[in-house]
Design a protein around this ligand. Structure first.
Ligand SMILES: NC(=O)C1=CN([C@@H]2O[C@H](COP(=O)(O)OP(=O)(O)OC[C@H]3O[C@@H](n4cnc5c(N)ncnc54)[C@H](OP(=O)(O)O)[C@@H]3O)[C@@H](O)[C@H]2O)C=CC1
Ligand SMILES: CC(C)(CO)C(=O)C(=O)O
Length: 342
């Protein structure tokens, strides 16, 4: 693939906009975006549809914790994303080389079906940038002849108003294949290589991994804890951890349950991950989470891929997970309330 690369960005929220910005730093990328609630705001940005992105620089290790320092600094980091075509639905676009999915992993089966018009099995690679585990399965079921690149991102970002995205904390991504046994390995590798060249040209921090399931489960241990607890308490991570002497042991036990389930699924997470994740969170100021943001904004929660898939596996495998089950059941009620109010 030496010429133009057609990329569709599906899910033009905080993370989608961030990676749209990274990808369009390569001249070869011809970017089509599907916008829903922010369609008018993106279109209204003068003659060229564009999104503003306020980007935080993370020069050290990608896991820093400083907030934006000043308005002046923020303005200096203001960028626009070059968009070739803005559409309301995949039905308004043609097949792409890459379909980058950064939408919320909610009702994933129905969403995946909507992508059919932009997928040509002989050419299209799907790139999933979402939290959770089991996210790839509906894509593989619907598009069995496509390559899938699966990604974990540690970028913290929020769409503060339609078409305005703030990159608030950290910058790092792990990416790798979700291997497709029915495809030639060399073809899959070349699709991965082409995409990672775009990330490299976009000057973002990332690592290519052979076993992304290890990484996805590690991140889900983090998200099960912090996304659930910050959503149910509506406090930040440090406020939670200092709320009582029981908060830290509770969180560690919760993480331990998810680690046991991962191991049951053949993903060899070590118990030392708990110390690593506790160290990482304690090196940061108190943070919220994308799930807390969704809850505050009255949007459905990503409970299926963050808690539901691990709970299903724990039941199938007979691995006890009482803390996880409790949070899952309560969050389903919260999610039900949010959905009922839509
Ligand atoms: N924000 C963060 O800091 C981080 C987020 N993540 C993960 O990245 C992914 C994207 O999150 P984020 O960018 O924060 O989310 P946002 O809420 O900012 O954006 C989500 C985007 O997806 C669209 N969308 C939501 N539901 C659907 C659906 N059912 N079908 C099609 N499009 C949909 C939204 O459109 P509309 O506005 O019209 O609803 C919006 O454009 C999630 O999996 C999240 O967990 C991972 C790390 C950090
Ligand atoms: C930004 C980060 C890493 C914070 O936990 C996240 O994954 C989320 O909010 O979902």
């Amino acid at each position: 693939m030496s010429g133009q690369i057609d990329v569709l960005l599906y899910g033009l929220g905080a993370i989608g906009s961030f990676y749209a910005f990274i990808l369009t730093r390569s001249d070869r990328v011809r970017l089509t975006v599907v916008a829903r609630s922010n369609y008018e705001a993106v279109r209204a940005n003068v003659s060229t549809p564009r999104i503003h992105i306020y980007r935080r620089r993370w020069p050290i290790d990608g896991h820093g914790s400083r907030e934006l320092r000043s308005t002046a600094r923020t303005m200096a980091n203001r960028h626009f994303i070059r968009i070739e075509a803005l559409v309301k639905s995949p039905a308004d676009a043609s097949p792409m080389d890459y379909v980058v999915c950064a939408h919320k992993a909610i009702d994933q089966d129905q969403v995946v079906a909507q992508l059919a018009p932009v997928v040509d099995s002989s050419r299209t690679t799907i790139v999933i940038i979402q939290n959770g585990v089991g996210n790839e399965e509906p894509f593989r079921a619907k598009f069995p002849r496509c390559s899938i690149l699966t990604c974990v991102t540690w970028v913290g970002a929020t769409q503060t108003s339609p078409g305005i995205v703030k990159h608030t904390k950290s910058e790092d991504m792990q990416i790798g294949l979700f291997p497709n046994a029915s495809l030639d390995k060399a073809v899959e590798q070349q699709r991965l290589d082409t995409f990672t060249v775009l990330l490299h040209n976009g000057r973002t921090r990332f690592q290519i991994l052979d076993d992304m399931q290890q990484q996805r489960w590690e991140k889900v241990v983090w998200n099960v804890a912090w996304n659930s607890l910050t959503t149910l308490t509506m406090v930040d991570t440090q406020t939670w951890l200092h709320s009582s002497d029981d908060a830290t042991p509770f969180t560690r036990q919760l993480m331990q349950e998810v680690i046991h389930i991962a191991r049951g699924c053949g993903v060899p997470l070590g118990d030392d991950l708990i110390d690593q994740l506790m160290e990482k969170i304690n090196a940061m100021p108190g943070i919220g989470s994308s799930m807390q943001t969704d809850c505050k904004n009255g949007r459905p929660l990503e409970i299926d891929v963050i808690l539901g898939f691990p709970v299903t596996k724990s039941r199938e495998l007979g691995i006890p997970a009482p803390f996880l089950e409790t949070l899952y059941v309560i969050l389903r009620a919260v999610d039900g309330r949010l959905r009922a109010a839509l």
